[in-house]
Unconditional design. Structure first.
Length: 204
């Protein structure tokens, strides 16, 4: 990992678990980190960058479904239009893809190549599906990650309950496409619907 600083300083390396613990306990640091992550993701989406590549056709309903899912979850990706890109055949040959297997999604830095994947399989490749054990016992299971579902999950978790939230598409539900939500839990000034997409939940 390479970091750039403007003056002498010190780097602290944290595991994912320790970072989540820090965010949960330090409100000021949590706000700084969340804002940085959200702005970074928005810039990646604006530039069309990401570790995910979608090779598809504008005439394919499956391609449209996959792109809508990625956009709804604000996941950065690079799109290659096989109808227009002159190097598309080279890409298809490289991954040994047949025309009937389009659209193709390349994720995890090229380690996984999904041929005409279902949304559930794509979500699994992106780490959006949490692995659950049938033997696990939950105190609360909330179906639907809209504003009400997420609020219920926050309050239940704050009481020490073991909570699982499941949703069909993405966190926030219809609120994810709202221009602004007023006076919501933890956001007295309100916030734009896109902020929902910085949250991850288990997709069922």
């Amino acid at each position: 990992m390479i970091g750039h600083v403007t003056e002498n300083g010190e780097f602290l390396e944290l595991s994912g678990e320790n970072l989540r613990e820090l965010v949960a306990k330090d409100a000021e640091m949590s706000e700084i980190l969340m804002r940085a992550f959200i702005l970074r993701r928005l810039e990646l989406i604006r530039q069309g960058w990401g570790d995910l590549v979608v090779l598809g056709s504008q005439h394919s309903a499956r391609t449209l479904e996959i792109r809508e899912f990625l956009s709804r979850n604000a996941h950065p990706y690079t799109y290659v239009d096989l109808d227009r890109d002159q190097t598309s055949q080279e890409l298809l040959d490289r991954f040994e893809v047949k025309p009937t297997e389009v659209p193709v999604v390349v994720c995890n830095g090229g380690q996984d190549v999904l041929r005409s994947p279902s949304i559930q399989k794509l979500a699994g490749c992106l780490g959006l599906n949490m692995v659950t054990d049938a033997k696990d016992v939950r105190d609360v299971i909330i179906v639907g990650a809209g504003p009400a579902g997420l609020a219920a999950a926050v309050y239940a978790a704050s009481e020490g309950l073991n909570v699982l939230v499941v949703d069909t598409n993405s966190p926030g539900g219809q609120a994810a496409s709202s221009s602004k939500i007023e006076n919501y839990l933890g956001f007295p000034r309100g916030f734009r619907g896109r902020n929902w997409r910085s949250v991850r939940c288990c997709r069922h």
